[in-house]
Design a binder for this molecule. Structure first.
Ligand SMILES: NC(=O)c1ccc[n+]([C@@H]2O[C@H](COP(=O)([O-])OP(=O)(O)OC[C@H]3O[C@@H](n4cnc5c(N)ncnc54)[C@H](OP(=O)(O)O)[C@@H]3O)[C@@H](O)[C@H]2O)c1
Length: 339
C-alpha cells in the first residue's frame, strides 16, 4: 500500500514579504507524503544533522534555497519506506548527504524525504544511523579534505597540521580524525570555551585566530604548517597559504569568514605549496560510497560520540540560530525520535 496519504512532521521555513522586504520564519508543520517531490525512493528519516548550509537555508539565503516554503536538512539517514528503484528495497538503511537535498529538495528536517536512487548510499555495517549523522556532511567533508591532503603527499613526519574553525562541525571532526591518524594537530579557534573540548579530541595545541585575520604586508610568512584544513576562507586562508612549509597543502572547503581573499603567487612559485579545493556536495556517488566505507572502519573516530549534541524538532529553530552565529560546538544531530 502506497504511503501517499501518510502525514508527517517537518520543520518548514516560509518567506513573509512586508513593504517589499522579506523575512523568514521556521515552524513545525504537518505535511503529507504526496507533497514530496518526485523521486525513486521514499525514506523514513531517523536522523539528520545541522550544518552551516542548513543555517543559511533556514535564514533565507537564496544562494542556497531559491524558493520557500522549504524544508532544509542537507543530511538524512533512515530506512527505505518505498522504492521504485531495483537498487533499494523497503527496509534498507540508507544515508544521503549533499546533491540537492535540503537546498531546493525537501530535506532531512522532515520525517520523510523522497530522492533519486543515485543520491543514496547503503549504510555501511560499521556505523549506526545515528553515528552516520554525527559524521554527516561536515564530518564527511573533513574526511575528504584529509584524503586530499594525503593524496598530495602529507605525512605525519612532516610536522604540524592546522585546522581552522576547529570547534565547528567540519573543524572538530578534522581535529579528531587527524589526531587518530597520528598527526600533530593544531586547532585554531575563536571560541575560548572550546579549548578543553579540542584538546580532548586530540589537538596538541589550541591557538586563537587573531594573528591570522589581516592580509599582512609580507609575501611570505614563517614556514609553520605541513598541511591545513581550512573552513573559514578569507584572509585567514591566504595567511595559511603563506605559512605552509615547502611543498605543503591546504584543503579549502568553507567560507564562514569570507568567500574572498587577497593573494599573491609568491607562496606557490617560491615554496611550491598547494591550494586544494574540496567539494563533498556533488562528489560522484562511487567516491562517496568508498569514503563512507572508510569512515565506518579505519577512519571512524574512536570518540565519535564526544562530538555529538542531540537536538529534537522543538529545539531545531534555536539550534540553527547558534550555527548561523558560528557558536555551535561539534556536531548537532537532529533525532526524529525525540520531541
Ligand atoms: N565544500 C564543501 O563541500 C563543504 C561541505 C561542508 C561544509 N562546508 C563549508 O565549511 C564551512 C564550515 O562548515 P561547518 O558545518 O563546520 O560550520 P560550523 O559548524 O558553523 O563551524 C564553523 C566554525 O568556523 C568558526 N567561525 C565562525 N565564524 C568565523 C569567522 N567570522 N571567522 C573565522 N572563523 C569563524 C567557528 O569556529 P571557531 O570558533 O572554533 O573558530 C565556527 O564554529 C562552511 O562555510 C560550510 O559551508 C563546505
Amino acid at each position: 500500500m502506497k504511503l501517499d496519504d501518510q502525514q508527517f512532521r517537518a520543520y518548514e521555513v516560509s518567506e513573509h514579504i512586508l513593504d517589499g522586504r522579506s523575512s523568514f520564519q521556521g515552524a513545525l508543520v504537518q505535511k503529507q507524503v504526496s507533497s514530496l517531490p518526485t523521486g525513486d525512493v521514499l525514506v523514513r528519516v531517523a536522523f539528520s544533522s545541522l550544518n552551516f548550509k542548513d543555517a543559511l537555508s533556514s535564514s533565507g539565503n537564496k544562494g542556497v534555497t531559491r524558493q520557500y516554503p522549504h524544508t532544509p536538512g542537507i543530511d538524512a539517514a533512515g530506512v527505505v519506506a518505498e522504492s521504485d528503484s531495483p537498487l533499494f528495497v523497503a527496509g534498507d538503511e540508507v544515508i544521503v548527504i549533499g546533491y540537492d537535498l535540503g537546498m531546493n529538495t525537501a530535506g532531512g528536517f522532515g520525517e520523510f524525504i523522497r530522492v533519486p536512487a543515485g543520491w543514496l548510499v547503503k549504510k555501511p555495517a560499521g556505523l549506526t544511523l545515528n553515528e552516520s549523522m554525527i559524521i554527516g556532511t561536515a564530518g564527511f567533508t573533513a574526511a575528504l579534505c584529509i584524503e586530499k591532503l594525503l593524496l598530495n603527499g602529507l605525512d605525519s613526519s612532516q610536522g604540524q597540521v592546522l585546522v581552522t574553525g576547529a570547534s565547528g562541525g567540519v573543524g572538530s571532526f578534522a581535529v579528531a580524525l587527524l589526531a587518530q591518524l597520528g598527526f600533530d594537530v593544531v586547532a585554531m579557534t575563536g571560541t575560548e570555551s572550546a579549548y578543553e573540548f579540542l584538546r580532548g579530541l586530540g589537538a596538541s595545541q589550541v591557538i586563537g585566530r587573531e594573528d591570522y585575520t589581516q592580509p599582512g604586508p609580507k609575501p611570505l610568512s614563517k614556514e609553520l604548517w605541513a598541511g591545513a584544513v581550512d573552513v573559514v576562507g578569507g584572509d585567514i586562508l591566504f595567511n595559511i597559504v603563506k605559512s605552509l612549509k615547502y611543498g605543503g597543502s591546504v584543503a579549502c572547503c568553507g567560507l564562514v569568514a569570507s568567500p574572498q581573499f587577497q593573494a599573491s603567487v609568491f607562496p606557490f612559485i617560491l615554496r611550491g605549496v598547494n591550494l586544494l579545493g574540496v567539494d563533498s556536495v556533488n562528489l560522484p556517488l562511487a567516491h562517496k560510497r568508498q569514503l563512507w566505507n572508510k569512515l565506518a572502519t579505519n577512519w571512524k573516530p574512536v570518540g565519535l560520540g564526544k562530538l555529538e549534541t542531540k537536538v529534537g524538532m522543538s529545539g531545531l529553530d534555536a539550534a540553527l540560530k547558534t550555527v548561523l552565529a558560528g557558536q555551535s560546538t561539534g556536531r548537532l544531530v537532529l533525532d526524529h525520535h525525540i520531541d
